[in-house]
Design a protein around this ligand. Structure first.
Ligand code: GTP
Ligand code: MG
Length: 219
């Protein structure tokens, strides 16, 4: 998937321990919607029109600055082909964010979004953040999925929505930045919620008395 230079860079980034946060992200969606192209555009600013379907799973690492923090993104690019589903879903666990991608010129890829969303619910963390991406928006003449339909589906599923183009480099960086931002927002909400639990917890009247001592028995 990567050239020698790319993989040297990826290895260097992957080994870089100088970061404040590490976010694990996954790109999922039907085969040929442009997942690999999207990642290559973001990580290496390259695009090729040749289609080399991904076998199994691969990843790239990119470090970004957001909210004055160094955030290391470990971005997993999954194979869309059904036969790799068992392998790819094994990587959903622990993912903090997903790009769920369809191709605006391909009805099947849009029809499959609901199934992909179910896969996320089934295999990943409940607080994971998802962006629905309608890719290939450079192909306006071949469009079969109106922007409104994408928006409506994203609203129904509770996802953020973008149309983008890996080819013309439209909204690629913006999609990743937004995903990082909503992951941060979710993290802050969780911290706030925990703090309010702590600050709301008044000592109970019984707390003047020591709790009954616990035996060391764990049974
Ligand atoms: P799998 O690895 O099989 O799951 O497919 P994938 O989703 O990774 O698709 P890939 O990135 O390999 O792209 C499939 C084809 O679509 C390739 O021929 C790409 O050049 C083309 N493609 C990807 N993104 C765009 C885009 O934004 N616009 C156009 N016009 N073509 C694109
Ligand atoms: Mg691929």
């Amino acid at each position: 998937m990567a050239s020698a230079n790319d993989s040297r860079q990826t290895t260097k980034d992957a080994a870089d321990q100088n970061f404040d946060f590490m976010f694990k992200l996954l790109i999922i969606g039907n085969s040929s919607v442009g997942k690999t192209s999207f990642l290559f555009r973001y990580a290496d600013d390259t695009f090729t029109s040749a289609f080399v379907s991904t076998v199994g799973i691969d990843f790239k690492v990119k470090t970004v600055y957001r909210n004055e923090k160094r955030v290391k993104l470990q971005i997993w690019d999954t194979a869309g082909q059904e036969r790799y589903r068992t392998i790819t879903t094994a990587y959903y666990r622990g993912a903090m964010g997903f790009l769920l991608m369809y191709d605006i010129t391909n009805q099947d890829s849009f029809n499959a979004v609901q199934d992909w969303a179910t896969q996320i619910k089934t295999y990943s963390w409940e607080n994971t953040q998802v962006i629905l991406v309608g890719n290939k928006c450079d192909l306006e003449d071949d469009r079969v999925i109106p922007t409104e339909d994408g928006k409506r589906l994203a609203d129904d599923l509770g996802f953020v929505f973008f149309e983008a183009s890996a080819k013309d480099n439209i909204n690629v960086k913006q999609v990743f930045e937004r995903l990082v931002d909503i992951i941060f927002e979710k993290m802050n909400e969780s911290v706030d919620a925990n703090q309010s639990i702590v600050s709301n917890s008044k000592p109970s009247p019984l707390s003047e008395h020591p709790p009954p001592s616990q035996s060391g028995c764990s049974c």
